[in-house]
Design a protein around this ligand. Structure first.
Ligand SMILES: [Zn+2]
Length: 105
């Protein structure tokens, strides 16, 4: 069983595993909800960052595999595409991190 100490936002009494304050009867859920929301936002941001890291690597490996093609022309095509992709990934990564920073602030 998880034991959680919730401090009452009304009177400051620390309650153990209680929905309502033992001292003044105020709803302690507000604090729990706020904490939960904060945790969800943190995991959402972490997931977003993880997906951003995963996405480019997929395309990167695809383009990298192409650069090892037996046909020279296809190899050159993929090499060009790889550098174009790196360029755009850099710009998009910068824009996305700016958006995340703006949303967090
Ligand atoms: Zn209280």
């Amino acid at each position: 069983m998880n034991t959680s100490y919730i401090t009452c936002s009304e009177c400051g009494t620390v309650n153990l595993n209680a929905e309502y304050c033992s001292n003044c009867g105020a709803l302690l859920d507000v604090v729990a909800k706020r904490k939960l929301k904060r945790e969800q936002e943190t995991t959402k941001k972490a997931k977003l960052k993880a997906s951003l890291k995963k996405e480019p690597s997929k395309i990167e490996t695809f383009l990298k595999n192409g650069t090892e093609h037996s046909n020279v022309l296809i190899r050159l095509l993929f090499q060009g595409g790889y550098y174009v992709w790196l360029f755009f990934a850099l710009i998009f990564g910068g824009i996305i991190s700016l958006i995340i920073a703006a949303a967090a602030g």
